[in-house]
Design a protein around this ligand. Structure first.
Ligand code: 76R
Length: 292
């Protein structure tokens, strides 16, 4: 083989090896949640220079990830002593999500991070939202509006605008960085006599309507992000709740326990409470304060 050809082949192999084609879902974003425990004894034995290098590397990785388009990265100190810190990364390309999550953890290698939970999911639309024809039926049956009337047409147009914003918000959420986050994997029971997945669609929709009504009472206090993980990870959804206080998190999860969709069918994984911190604050909390 000619030298030039050899070089071209080598270069293209390198390109394939380093950056495989992006893996982007048909719609929405990939989401990785991960929580780790660090080795406090090892951290306390690090030299100021090692702490400084770790801080610089970690901060530059965070900056690189946050600079990528359509990407959000949340950093949390974990208040449950079972983990020390965690993150949630939302981004379209799974290769980028995967390599970013690995680079982030490698940058903290000197703290010996041990994975406590890692979870993969995707943002998704709900199956149970009101369809256009259902809304049109309601306008006719409950409000007595004629489909050819101007009011009917206007209400339909408003509905479509509302729904397209709602769908965009579910698939491509711009999440607030509120002080407290709560993450837990969740499924629905599949046991004989209590199998969510063998219920007729209409029944499930009725349950979810009730669920939504409870949830909406917390509007402005709790923001939910429900991402789907069937076939991607152990349970069916990742639940991420953002709030301004642990009181609101506890209240909503408690009230949901009485709501039939959860009371009869919910199956929960482990719960994690994250406290939002800047990269610098987080490392200081882990004992990597360079001045110490
Ligand atoms: O997206 C929407 O707002 C529409 C209504 C809605 C759906 C479809 C909704 C509203 N949720 C939906 C789907 Mn929810 N949610 C949870 C939990 O701990 C527990 O018992 C349950 C955990 C909380 C706290 C919560 C909060 N939700 C889902 C699904 C998917 C079900 C499926 O597809 O089969 C799960 C697993 C789930 C779980 N939910 C809301 C909330 C809140 C606060 C709302 C109101 C959002 C708002 O409109 O402001």
């Amino acid at each position: 083989m000619q030298k030039k050809e050899q070089k071209t082949q080598q270069l293209s192999e390198e390109k394939i090896f380093n950056s495989p084609p992006p893996l982007i879902p048909d719609q929405g974003l990939h989401v990785i949640h991960a929580f780790y425990k660090v080795d406090a004894i090892r951290i306390s034995s690090l030299s100021p220079q090692q702490k400084k290098d770790t801080t610089n590397l970690f901060e530059s990785e965070i900056h690189a990830i946050r600079s990528a388009p359509d990407t959000q990265l949340f950093l949390w100190s974990c208040a449950n002593p079972k983990a020390d810190f965690g993150f949630m990364l939302l981004t379209p390309d799974l290769h980028f999500a995967d390599s970013s999550a690995k680079r982030l953890i490698r940058s903290l290698a000197l703290t010996s991070p041990q994975l406590i939970i890692g979870y993969l999911s995707v943002t998704e639309l709900s199956e149970y939202t009101t369809t256009e024809s259902e809304f049109a039926q309601t306008l006719q049956n409950q409000e007595g509006l004629q489909p050819d009337s101007q009011v009917f047409q206007q209400k339909m147009a408003e509905f479509k605008t509302r729904m397209s914003k709602y769908e965009r918000d579910r698939l491509y959420p711009r999440l607030p960085d509120w002080p407290v986050a709560c993450f837990y994997p969740m499924g629905k029971l599949r046991i004989p006599g209590q199998n969510w997945f063998s219920l007729p669609f209409e029944k499930r929709k009725e349950f979810m309507r009730g669920h939504g009504n409870v949830g909406r009472k917390y509007s402005g206090r709790v923001l939910q992000l429900i991402t789907g993980s069937t076939g991607l990870d152990d349970m069916e959804w990742a639940v991420t709740l953002f709030a301004k206080s642990t009181t609101d998190i506890k209240a909503i999860v408690y009230e949901m326990r009485f709501d039939p969709a959860s009371a009869l069918y919910a199956d929960f994984g482990e719960f994690f409470i994250g406290l939002s911190l800047s990269p610098h604050q987080l490392l200081a909390r882990l004992g990597l304060d360079c001045s110490s």
